[in-house]
Design a protein around this ligand. Structure first.
Ligand code: ZN
Length: 261
């Protein structure tokens, strides 16, 4: 009996060794957990661990963001996140590998290759925007959030979405798409929490039902020209802000967090 037990023990240890070996192999490819969009919401909203923030924007040649997009991103993040030592943008022209049609996995892989530092970098929280040439696999998608800290914005598709009247203009679309994707990194709407306010669009999960919120689904869709005539929303609405304030105050539970206080 004792010998049998020893064999079972040895086998189970062997099995554990195999399993941890597999985990180790995955760890080598992906050196840190990348999480889901919203997975670093508390890290942005609170300043316990991360007292400053950097938004790294890596763009292809001729795909640099508009100055108005950079200004607006900083303004919107500053409205909701607590970063006493400031929020800054690092712009970097980058030669991405030639990809005409991007998948979410392409974005994840290239984001990992290009980002200058990990999302949790000492006391600095780093979010990361890719602005490559080419389109997303679903060409109607203007921007995408692929994990807790990485998003991509497809400028070629944004240019194509501008109608003849330039209402809205490609610049205005880029402004709104950038804030919309940052909103997904902030966990909007109901991505990592359940709002006490009824403002999630049932037909478009994690989007606002209010077409005056930047989190309205059509903001990241090439069909936006047919839905908005003229001005696009480029700000979070009161319900979005109330969700973020509740999360910040810990009145609302946040799930799937890569960092918690
Ligand atoms: Zn969206």
């Amino acid at each position: 009996m004792r010998a049998l037990l020893a064999v079972v023990l040895a086998l189970s240890m062997l099995l554990q060794g195999c399993l941890s070996g597999v985990v180790g192999a995955i760890d080598e490819v992906v050196p840190e957990r990348r999480g889901v969009p919203g997975g670093l919401t508390l890290a942005c909203l609170m300043d316990d661990a991360f007292t400053s923030m950097v938004v790294e924007i890596d763009h292809a040649p001729n795909h640099a963001p508009e100055a108005s997009t950079v200004d607006l991103l900083l303004e919107r993040l500053d409205e909701v996140c607590s970063k006493p030592n400031g929020i800054t943008v690092e712009l970097q022209e980058t030669s991405f590998e030639a990809i005409d049609t991007w998948t979410a996995d392409d974005v994840r892989r290239v984001a990992l290759d290009t980002r200058a530092a990990p999302p949790q970098d000492g006391d600095v929280l780093r979010w990361h925007i890719l602005m490559p040439a080419g389109t997303y696999e679903d060409e109607s998608v203007l921007g995408v959030a692929v994990n807790a800290a990485d998003i991509a914005i497809f400028g070629d598709s944004i240019d194509d979405s501008e109608n003849i009247l330039r209402r809205p203009s490609a610049e205005a679309i880029e402004n709104s798409v950038a804030v919309h994707e940052i909103g997904h990194l902030l966990g909007l709407v109901n991505a990592v929490y359940v709002s006490p306010r009824d403002h999630e669009d049932k037909d478009h999960p994690h989007h606002s039902s209010n077409d005056a919120s930047v989190m309205y689904w059509a903001v990241e869709s090439s069909s936006l020209g047919a839905i908005f005539s003229g001005t696009l929303p480029d700000a979070f609405d009161d319900d979005d802000k109330a969700d973020l304030a509740d999360l910040q105050a810990r009145d609302l539970e946040a799930t799937d967090q890569l960092w918690t206080p």
